[in-house]
Ligand binder design. Structure first.
Ligand code: NAP
Length: 281
Protein backbone atom coordinates (compact mmCIF):
# COMPACT_ATOMS: atom_id res chain seq x y z
CA UNK A 1 0.00 0.00 0.00
CA UNK A 2 2.77 2.41 0.96
CA UNK A 3 4.67 1.53 -2.22
CA UNK A 4 1.63 2.46 -4.27
CA UNK A 5 1.43 5.83 -2.60
CA UNK A 6 5.12 6.50 -3.18
CA UNK A 7 4.81 6.37 -7.00
CA UNK A 8 2.52 9.44 -7.07
CA UNK A 9 4.73 12.44 -7.99
CA UNK A 10 5.05 15.12 -5.34
CA UNK A 11 3.49 18.51 -6.11
CA UNK A 12 6.98 20.02 -6.52
CA UNK A 13 7.84 17.40 -9.19
CA UNK A 14 4.57 17.98 -11.02
CA UNK A 15 5.10 21.72 -11.05
CA UNK A 16 8.45 21.17 -12.71
CA UNK A 17 6.93 19.30 -15.68
CA UNK A 18 7.49 21.49 -18.70
CA UNK A 19 4.34 21.49 -20.88
CA UNK A 20 6.41 22.38 -23.94
CA UNK A 21 7.93 18.91 -23.76
CA UNK A 22 4.51 17.76 -24.95
CA UNK A 23 5.66 18.93 -28.39
CA UNK A 24 7.57 15.69 -28.90
CA UNK A 25 4.56 13.63 -27.82
CA UNK A 26 2.31 15.67 -30.13
CA UNK A 27 4.28 14.53 -33.17
CA UNK A 28 2.22 11.36 -33.57
CA UNK A 29 -0.99 13.33 -33.98
CA UNK A 30 0.26 15.42 -36.90
CA UNK A 31 -2.47 15.30 -39.50
CA UNK A 32 -5.15 14.11 -37.05
CA UNK A 33 -7.45 16.91 -38.33
CA UNK A 34 -6.38 16.80 -41.97
CA UNK A 35 -9.20 17.87 -44.30
CA UNK A 36 -11.23 19.45 -41.48
CA UNK A 37 -12.40 23.06 -41.49
CA UNK A 38 -12.54 24.95 -38.21
CA UNK A 39 -14.10 28.28 -37.24
CA UNK A 40 -12.85 29.70 -33.94
CA UNK A 41 -14.25 32.85 -32.41
CA UNK A 42 -12.09 35.37 -30.56
CA UNK A 43 -8.99 33.72 -31.96
CA UNK A 44 -6.45 36.45 -32.62
CA UNK A 45 -4.92 36.27 -29.16
CA UNK A 46 -4.70 34.15 -26.02
CA UNK A 47 -6.49 30.81 -25.81
CA UNK A 48 -8.40 31.24 -29.09
CA UNK A 49 -5.19 31.91 -31.01
CA UNK A 50 -3.53 28.87 -29.44
CA UNK A 51 -6.54 26.75 -30.45
CA UNK A 52 -6.33 28.01 -34.05
CA UNK A 53 -2.61 27.27 -34.08
CA UNK A 54 -3.03 23.78 -32.66
CA UNK A 55 -5.93 22.78 -34.92
CA UNK A 56 -4.02 24.21 -37.89
CA UNK A 57 -0.86 22.30 -36.97
CA UNK A 58 -2.92 19.13 -36.79
CA UNK A 59 -3.99 19.71 -40.40
CA UNK A 60 -7.26 21.68 -40.19
CA UNK A 61 -7.92 24.75 -42.31
CA UNK A 62 -8.87 27.47 -39.87
CA UNK A 63 -10.92 30.66 -39.91
CA UNK A 64 -9.69 33.05 -37.22
CA UNK A 65 -11.62 36.09 -36.10
CA UNK A 66 -11.98 38.92 -33.64
CA UNK A 67 -13.26 42.50 -33.47
CA UNK A 68 -10.20 44.44 -34.57
CA UNK A 69 -8.90 44.32 -38.13
CA UNK A 70 -5.27 44.79 -37.13
CA UNK A 71 -5.47 41.86 -34.72
CA UNK A 72 -7.03 39.67 -37.41
CA UNK A 73 -4.32 40.63 -39.92
CA UNK A 74 -1.54 39.99 -37.41
CA UNK A 75 -2.91 36.59 -36.42
CA UNK A 76 -3.38 35.49 -40.04
CA UNK A 77 0.17 36.53 -40.92
CA UNK A 78 1.63 34.77 -37.93
CA UNK A 79 -0.33 31.53 -38.51
CA UNK A 80 0.61 31.54 -42.21
CA UNK A 81 4.25 31.89 -41.20
CA UNK A 82 3.66 28.74 -39.14
CA UNK A 83 2.57 26.93 -42.32
CA UNK A 84 -1.12 26.90 -41.36
CA UNK A 85 -3.94 27.24 -43.92
CA UNK A 86 -5.91 30.16 -42.55
CA UNK A 87 -8.34 32.93 -43.43
CA UNK A 88 -9.23 35.86 -41.19
CA UNK A 89 -12.59 37.54 -40.62
CA UNK A 90 -13.47 40.60 -38.56
CA UNK A 91 -16.19 39.33 -36.26
CA UNK A 92 -17.64 40.67 -33.05
CA UNK A 93 -19.60 37.63 -31.92
CA UNK A 94 -22.69 39.75 -31.28
CA UNK A 95 -22.82 41.05 -34.85
CA UNK A 96 -25.07 38.79 -36.94
CA UNK A 97 -23.67 39.93 -40.30
CA UNK A 98 -20.12 39.32 -39.16
CA UNK A 99 -20.99 35.88 -37.79
CA UNK A 100 -22.52 35.03 -41.17
CA UNK A 101 -19.25 36.03 -42.83
CA UNK A 102 -17.37 33.45 -40.72
CA UNK A 103 -19.37 30.63 -42.26
CA UNK A 104 -19.31 32.13 -45.76
CA UNK A 105 -15.53 32.19 -45.65
CA UNK A 106 -15.38 28.64 -44.26
CA UNK A 107 -17.67 27.44 -47.02
CA UNK A 108 -16.33 29.48 -49.96
CA UNK A 109 -12.62 29.15 -49.17
CA UNK A 110 -12.46 25.72 -47.56
CA UNK A 111 -15.64 23.94 -48.70
CA UNK A 112 -17.66 23.61 -45.49
CA UNK A 113 -17.51 23.37 -41.73
CA UNK A 114 -16.43 20.54 -39.42
CA UNK A 115 -15.43 22.28 -36.20
CA UNK A 116 -16.80 25.28 -34.32
CA UNK A 117 -15.01 26.58 -31.24
CA UNK A 118 -17.02 29.22 -29.39
CA UNK A 119 -14.37 31.00 -27.36
CA UNK A 120 -15.44 34.63 -27.03
CA UNK A 121 -16.28 36.02 -23.60
CA UNK A 122 -16.24 39.30 -21.76
CA UNK A 123 -16.11 40.41 -18.19
CA UNK A 124 -16.82 44.15 -18.26
CA UNK A 125 -17.08 44.62 -14.50
CA UNK A 126 -16.21 42.90 -11.27
CA UNK A 127 -18.86 42.85 -8.59
CA UNK A 128 -20.73 40.46 -6.36
CA UNK A 129 -23.79 39.04 -8.14
CA UNK A 130 -26.32 41.06 -6.12
CA UNK A 131 -24.43 44.32 -6.60
CA UNK A 132 -24.05 43.98 -10.37
CA UNK A 133 -25.57 46.63 -12.63
CA UNK A 134 -28.26 45.22 -14.91
CA UNK A 135 -26.41 46.55 -17.98
CA UNK A 136 -23.24 44.65 -16.96
CA UNK A 137 -25.24 41.46 -16.34
CA UNK A 138 -26.90 41.81 -19.77
CA UNK A 139 -23.59 42.37 -21.56
CA UNK A 140 -21.97 39.33 -19.94
CA UNK A 141 -24.89 37.07 -20.76
CA UNK A 142 -25.25 38.45 -24.26
CA UNK A 143 -21.63 37.79 -25.27
CA UNK A 144 -20.80 34.74 -23.16
CA UNK A 145 -24.04 32.80 -23.45
CA UNK A 146 -26.48 34.18 -26.02
CA UNK A 147 -23.90 34.63 -28.78
CA UNK A 148 -22.44 31.17 -28.07
CA UNK A 149 -25.94 29.76 -28.56
CA UNK A 150 -26.53 31.86 -31.69
CA UNK A 151 -23.30 30.84 -33.37
CA UNK A 152 -23.97 27.17 -32.69
CA UNK A 153 -27.50 27.56 -34.08
CA UNK A 154 -26.15 29.22 -37.23
CA UNK A 155 -23.44 26.59 -37.70
CA UNK A 156 -25.93 23.72 -37.39
CA UNK A 157 -27.10 23.68 -41.07
CA UNK A 158 -23.47 23.54 -42.24
CA UNK A 159 -22.76 20.56 -40.02
CA UNK A 160 -25.83 18.81 -41.36
CA UNK A 161 -24.68 19.48 -44.90
CA UNK A 162 -21.30 17.98 -43.99
CA UNK A 163 -22.81 14.92 -42.31
CA UNK A 164 -21.50 15.72 -38.83
CA UNK A 165 -19.09 17.86 -36.90
CA UNK A 166 -17.86 19.11 -33.56
CA UNK A 167 -18.68 22.06 -31.34
CA UNK A 168 -16.60 23.11 -28.36
CA UNK A 169 -17.68 25.81 -25.91
CA UNK A 170 -14.95 27.46 -23.87
CA UNK A 171 -16.26 27.66 -20.32
CA UNK A 172 -14.15 28.23 -17.17
CA UNK A 173 -13.20 26.71 -13.84
CA UNK A 174 -15.27 29.64 -12.49
CA UNK A 175 -18.30 27.91 -13.97
CA UNK A 176 -17.90 25.18 -11.32
CA UNK A 177 -17.06 27.39 -8.39
CA UNK A 178 -17.88 31.12 -8.73
CA UNK A 179 -14.73 33.18 -8.38
CA UNK A 180 -15.00 36.20 -6.17
CA UNK A 181 -15.63 38.87 -7.45
CA UNK A 182 -16.36 37.47 -10.92
CA UNK A 183 -19.91 36.53 -9.92
CA UNK A 184 -21.96 37.15 -13.08
CA UNK A 185 -19.13 36.00 -15.35
CA UNK A 186 -18.93 32.75 -13.37
CA UNK A 187 -22.68 32.19 -13.69
CA UNK A 188 -22.49 32.72 -17.46
CA UNK A 189 -19.78 30.05 -17.63
CA UNK A 190 -21.92 27.64 -15.56
CA UNK A 191 -24.70 28.20 -18.09
CA UNK A 192 -22.34 27.08 -20.86
CA UNK A 193 -22.03 23.68 -19.16
CA UNK A 194 -25.82 23.37 -19.51
CA UNK A 195 -25.80 24.64 -23.09
CA UNK A 196 -23.18 22.01 -23.96
CA UNK A 197 -25.33 19.19 -22.56
CA UNK A 198 -28.59 20.48 -24.05
CA UNK A 199 -27.26 20.87 -27.60
CA UNK A 200 -25.29 17.61 -27.41
CA UNK A 201 -28.48 15.63 -26.80
CA UNK A 202 -30.35 17.39 -29.59
CA UNK A 203 -27.78 16.84 -32.33
CA UNK A 204 -26.46 13.41 -31.44
CA UNK A 205 -28.48 11.86 -34.30
CA UNK A 206 -26.79 14.27 -36.73
CA UNK A 207 -23.35 12.85 -35.93
CA UNK A 208 -22.43 16.10 -34.18
CA UNK A 209 -20.54 16.00 -30.89
CA UNK A 210 -20.74 18.94 -28.51
CA UNK A 211 -18.27 19.38 -25.67
CA UNK A 212 -16.66 22.04 -23.56
CA UNK A 213 -13.36 22.91 -22.00
CA UNK A 214 -13.13 24.68 -18.66
CA UNK A 215 -9.72 26.30 -18.29
CA UNK A 216 -8.24 27.24 -14.96
CA UNK A 217 -6.40 30.52 -14.79
CA UNK A 218 -4.34 30.86 -17.94
CA UNK A 219 -1.73 33.57 -18.42
CA UNK A 220 -3.38 35.76 -21.08
CA UNK A 221 -4.41 39.43 -21.28
CA UNK A 222 -7.86 38.43 -20.03
CA UNK A 223 -6.41 37.14 -16.75
CA UNK A 224 -3.60 39.68 -16.40
CA UNK A 225 -5.18 41.29 -13.32
CA UNK A 226 -4.73 37.93 -11.58
CA UNK A 227 -1.44 36.79 -13.06
CA UNK A 228 0.54 40.01 -12.72
CA UNK A 229 -0.26 41.02 -9.12
CA UNK A 230 1.93 39.09 -6.66
CA UNK A 231 -0.73 39.17 -3.93
CA UNK A 232 -3.62 38.01 -6.11
CA UNK A 233 -1.36 35.50 -7.84
CA UNK A 234 -0.38 33.87 -4.56
CA UNK A 235 -3.98 33.72 -3.34
CA UNK A 236 -5.19 32.26 -6.65
CA UNK A 237 -2.45 29.64 -6.88
CA UNK A 238 -3.20 28.49 -3.34
CA UNK A 239 -6.17 26.53 -4.77
CA UNK A 240 -4.25 25.13 -7.76
CA UNK A 241 -2.53 21.83 -6.85
CA UNK A 242 -0.01 22.22 -9.70
CA UNK A 243 0.93 25.64 -8.27
CA UNK A 244 1.17 27.33 -11.64
CA UNK A 245 -1.07 29.03 -14.19
CA UNK A 246 -2.07 27.22 -17.36
CA UNK A 247 -0.69 27.93 -20.79
CA UNK A 248 -2.94 28.64 -23.80
CA UNK A 249 -1.34 25.66 -25.56
CA UNK A 250 -2.59 23.36 -22.78
CA UNK A 251 -6.18 24.42 -23.41
CA UNK A 252 -5.65 24.16 -27.16
CA UNK A 253 -4.45 20.55 -26.90
CA UNK A 254 -7.57 19.66 -24.91
CA UNK A 255 -9.78 21.19 -27.61
CA UNK A 256 -7.83 19.38 -30.34
CA UNK A 257 -8.47 16.10 -28.55
CA UNK A 258 -12.19 16.83 -28.16
CA UNK A 259 -12.73 17.65 -31.84
CA UNK A 260 -10.67 14.69 -33.05
CA UNK A 261 -11.80 11.10 -33.56
CA UNK A 262 -9.79 10.23 -30.44
CA UNK A 263 -12.80 11.61 -28.54
CA UNK A 264 -15.36 9.83 -30.74
CA UNK A 265 -17.33 8.45 -27.75
CA UNK A 266 -17.42 11.75 -25.85
CA UNK A 267 -20.27 14.22 -26.10
CA UNK A 268 -22.03 16.57 -23.70
CA UNK A 269 -18.96 16.74 -21.48
CA UNK A 270 -16.79 19.59 -20.32
CA UNK A 271 -13.16 18.79 -19.60
CA UNK A 272 -11.59 20.80 -16.81
CA UNK A 273 -8.01 21.79 -17.61
CA UNK A 274 -7.07 23.58 -14.43
CA UNK A 275 -3.97 22.06 -12.87
CA UNK A 276 -5.97 19.85 -10.54
CA UNK A 277 -8.18 22.62 -9.14
CA UNK A 278 -11.24 21.11 -7.48
CA UNK A 279 -14.19 21.31 -9.86
CA UNK A 280 -17.59 19.98 -8.94
CA UNK A 281 -21.10 21.35 -9.32
P1 NAP B 1 -7.62 37.11 -24.33
O1 NAP B 1 -6.22 36.60 -24.29
O2 NAP B 1 -7.89 38.42 -23.70
O3 NAP B 1 -8.07 37.11 -25.88
C1 NAP B 1 -9.27 37.63 -26.21
C2 NAP B 1 -9.51 37.46 -27.71
O4 NAP B 1 -10.88 37.67 -27.92
C3 NAP B 1 -8.78 38.47 -28.57
O5 NAP B 1 -8.43 37.85 -29.79
C4 NAP B 1 -9.84 39.55 -28.79
O6 NAP B 1 -9.51 40.25 -29.98
C5 NAP B 1 -11.10 38.68 -28.88
N1 NAP B 1 -12.38 39.26 -28.51
C6 NAP B 1 -12.70 39.91 -27.37
N2 NAP B 1 -14.01 40.22 -27.36
C7 NAP B 1 -14.54 39.72 -28.50
C8 NAP B 1 -15.84 39.71 -29.07
N3 NAP B 1 -16.88 40.29 -28.47
N4 NAP B 1 -16.02 39.10 -30.27
C9 NAP B 1 -15.00 38.51 -30.90
N5 NAP B 1 -13.73 38.51 -30.43
C10 NAP B 1 -13.51 39.11 -29.24
O7 NAP B 1 -8.65 36.07 -23.63
P2 NAP B 1 -8.43 34.55 -23.21
O8 NAP B 1 -7.88 34.52 -21.84
O9 NAP B 1 -7.73 33.83 -24.29
O10 NAP B 1 -9.94 34.04 -23.09
C11 NAP B 1 -10.53 33.23 -24.08
C12 NAP B 1 -11.65 32.43 -23.47
O11 NAP B 1 -11.14 31.64 -22.38
C13 NAP B 1 -12.81 33.24 -22.87
O12 NAP B 1 -14.01 32.56 -23.12
C14 NAP B 1 -12.53 33.21 -21.38
O13 NAP B 1 -13.69 33.36 -20.62
C15 NAP B 1 -11.97 31.81 -21.25
N6 NAP B 1 -11.19 31.60 -20.05
C16 NAP B 1 -10.03 32.28 -19.85
C17 NAP B 1 -9.31 32.03 -18.67
C18 NAP B 1 -8.01 32.73 -18.41
O14 NAP B 1 -7.53 32.62 -17.26
N7 NAP B 1 -7.40 33.43 -19.36
C19 NAP B 1 -9.79 31.12 -17.72
C20 NAP B 1 -10.97 30.46 -17.97
C21 NAP B 1 -11.67 30.70 -19.14
P3 NAP B 1 -10.15 41.70 -30.36
O15 NAP B 1 -9.78 42.64 -29.28
O16 NAP B 1 -9.55 42.02 -31.71
O17 NAP B 1 -11.64 41.46 -30.46
Amino acid sequence: MFNAIRVIPKVSTMAAINPHHLGARAAHIDGRLKGKVAVITASTDGIGYAIAQRLGKEGASVVVSSRKEKNVQKAVESLRNDGITVEGVICHVCNAEQRKKLFEVAYNKFGGLDILVSNAAVNPGVSPVLETEESVWDKIFEVNLKCSWLIAKEAYPLFIKRGGGNIVFVSSIAGYQPMEPLGPYSVSKTALLGLTKAIANEVIHNNIRVNGVAPGIVATKFASAITTSEVIKEKTLSIVPMKRFGKPSEIASTVAFLVSDDASYITGETIVAAGGTYAHL
